[in-house]
Design a protein around this ligand. Sequence first.
Ligand SMILES: NC(=O)c1ccc[n+]([C@@H]2O[C@H](COP(=O)([O-])OP(=O)(O)OC[C@H]3O[C@@H](n4cnc5c(N)ncnc54)[C@H](O)[C@@H]3O)[C@@H](O)[C@H]2O)c1
Length: 501
Amino acid sequence: MKKLSRRAFLSDSFLAAAALSAFGAASKPMKARAQENRISPNEKLGVMIFGCGGRGSDHVLEYLQDERVQIIYACDPDPSQAARIADAVQQQTQVRPKEVRDMREVLDDGNLDIVSCASPNHWHALCGVWAMQAGKDVYIEKPICHNVFEGQALIAAARKYGRCCQVGSQCRSNPAIQEAFQYAAEGNLGEIRLARGLCYKRRRSIGALGAYPVPEGVDYDLWSGPAPIVDPMTRPRFHYDWHWQRLYGNGDLGNQGPHQTDIARSFLFETEFPSSVISYGGRLGYQTERQDDSYIDAGDTANTEVSIYNYRDGKTLVFETRGLETDPLNQADIGVIVYGTEGYMLQLSYGFVMVLDRDGNEVRQFSGGDDYLHFRNFVDCVAARTPEKLNADARIGLLSAGLSHLGNISYYLGEKNYVSPEEAGKIVADLPGNDDNIATLGRTLDHLSANGVDLAKTPLSMGAELRFDPEKELFIDNSEANKMLTREYRDGYVVPAPEQV
Ligand SMILES: NC(=O)c1ccc[n+]([C@@H]2O[C@H](COP(=O)([O-])OP(=O)(O)OC[C@H]3O[C@@H](n4cnc5c(N)ncnc54)[C@H](O)[C@@H]3O)[C@@H](O)[C@H]2O)c1
């Protein structure tokens, strides 16, 4: 739940009116919370906001509600981003955080206790590992890692240095979802063998693939960090749109996905990786959107992707990503559907869950959600030195982000394996749980057709069908896929292997 929009938080008019409006009159819960935790300034936990973009400003809003912490650094290789956060914090607290470009400059500051990472995905693991090596606790946005190997390194670092490493899967602290989970765990939905995660968020083209200058003032070497330097950039907009370029982001399967894969996985009671995966889809529909067949969108992640995961116990998790327009009658753009033998559970937002019986009648509802609860759980654990009480530790982060990574690896390996709808139908018919798989393919094809996608011109890609060993956390007999569980790191930005953290 957001109390203020990011835009409002960062805008000048908001800053000018801050004392009067939201953080004043409307902040009673915040003040009440602060009083519960009254602490003298020199005992406060010092926080660095690492990544001062949209989500970084959300982090600021959450930490400002907790008197046990003080934001002392705003870190960003784009100085204008760090300055915005520093301005906003100063307005609220009268104390200006120090602006830094490179976290390494200040990691030996004993007043710095927490690094709160809201950078692009390709930086999450390195930020977390460096911070924990320096004795700091870390809150890391989802997906906790850009690839599977990085998540393993974070788990190892948290263990080795005894640090709190919370992933930003705030649903893990939301009452609606946790109470619904308890309800399912008590057997009220019967046996659950299938859960479906949905991300039906409209994502427009990010502009034509081309050569674009990096904005002035940005330390682009640092921004690129563990990824190769691509200069000039190939996307028009510098911030945010990296989500749709695989060197930095993980598409919507790895952006929105980790929230819903985490919920779907928890309702299947799975605590390990799946044993097989296949994805199909493509980056489709942007050519027709511009009425120009020669147009190539700068993104290289799928905007339409269905990923099917099977677990060793025979359960199935399906994740559907749709970036094109979806039926307006469909109320939810994100969600999870859990299929039990006694009923269904629908997660329709971060703070609302509905239970239906087998005939579709509503049985009950669960509501209540607030991102602050997740940050509070993190600060509680940091203050009490109880990493075991984190609601979403690095292992939870890896398992849920890992689903996105495995799904994307299947898709990337089959990216050039174009299939007709009939061929796709034959392939999915042979997968386990084929009734549902055929129905899902049918709905996906209808969706593409409704968006004017001509599959004869821009066909569907059928990803590789991959087997995975959940104990070794490696693909079985597939060196090409295993290579994609990690990446080649640039000198100076190498994420160490788990045994070397
Ligand atoms: N939990 C949630 O609900 C939620 C919501 C939105 C975003 N997110 C996550 O937050 C992260 C950030 O997303 P965003 O939308 O704010 O992106 P953004 O592009 O708007 O902001 C990212 C910021 O990080 C900065 N950055 C890049 N390299 C850095 C480095 N080495 N050190 C410090 N800063 C660096 C960039 O310059 C930019 O200012 C993503 O991983 C995203 O998945 C989570």
